[in-house]
Design a protein. Sequence first.
Length: 327
Amino acid sequence: MFSSNCWVTTALAAVGLAFIGYRVLTLLKTLLELYVLKGISLKKFGAGQGAWAVITGATDGIGKEFAAQLAKHKLNVLLVSRTQSKLDAVAQQLIDEHHVEVKTFALDFTVGNDADFQRLGQVINGLNVGVLVNNVGTNHEIPTPFAEEDEKLINDIVEVNIKGALKMTRLVLPHMREKRSGLILNLGSFAGLVPTPYLSVYSAGKAFLSTWSQAIGKELAKDGIVVEHLNTYFVVSAMSKVRRPTLAIPLVKPYVSSALSKIGLRCGANIPFTSTPYHIHGLMNWAINTIGTNGFWVNQNFAIQTDIRRRALRKREREAAALRKSD
Ligand SMILES: NC(=O)c1ccc[n+]([C@@H]2O[C@H](COP(=O)([O-])OP(=O)(O)OC[C@H]3O[C@@H](n4cnc5c(N)ncnc54)[C@H](OP(=O)(O)O)[C@@H]3O)[C@@H](O)[C@H]2O)c1
């Protein structure tokens, strides 16, 4: 007969094994989705059949690459961004390289002008929209305490990163619901997964996108619309201020190609309607879900942002000194 001590030890061992077994299973699922399985084909959303993709913030970085790769998959593209000259240059490049139809619409999301969105709505109403990429985003200039942040910049982040996505989605939904098909990709960030001190408004805005994507993802599934929040760590771009790729920080090309090849797979994410498609990001997301507490990761982020802030302030001082010297 087992003593009561033996029973307790056996029960604890069983709980421990179940816990570790569950973690191993989630890792295997993550590896399978990141390295083996293919996501939903873009053909389901009209690629090669005359459908259109609408991409915001399409003249640089990740958005420009989404436009190029969607055009390569034979979707016509409507580019929405701030600067008409940059829109014209990207449009011409896509026409030359991929022979698709391209339209452009210049819109400054910080202005959030109703009349502009109505005009954009009229353009969208004339198109068979299969894909929307809510990519446009803006960030704090440098990590800054909320109490000291510029009022206009706070409002701009809300207008662009949150209200921009809401307004764009409302413009495409009637058509997608009517034809019972569509893909909506929302560009998220690890700053939305783990609260990021000194980037508080950006971080909270990305958390908004995460929660909102999960809510509308569920609502719209019955209409045949796929909503996916793309959880993203750093990517080389003007916004990230990272110029050279590393193992964890890819160029836009491999990042976007992973996003488009893993539609519908969570990869490293453990929340619905969310994917962390880039392989190293996926593994990092799995680690964050598995190791440490939220408090631990917030402390890590605080330490990282404090260091970035210190270096950014020093750089500003150096630049100001150089300017004074040249006067
Ligand atoms: N890069 C990263 O490490 C990273 C990580 C996580 C998430 N993300 C997210 O990915 C998205 C794209 O980031 P990115 O790094 O590719 O940015 P980026 O290189 O700075 O490009 C931003 C694009 O958005 C446009 N844009 C900016 N403000 C605008 C406004 N007010 N109105 C209209 N268009 C505007 C820019 O147009 P102009 O060319 O005219 O300026 C440009 O085309 C963002 O949502 C960002 O939060 C990025």
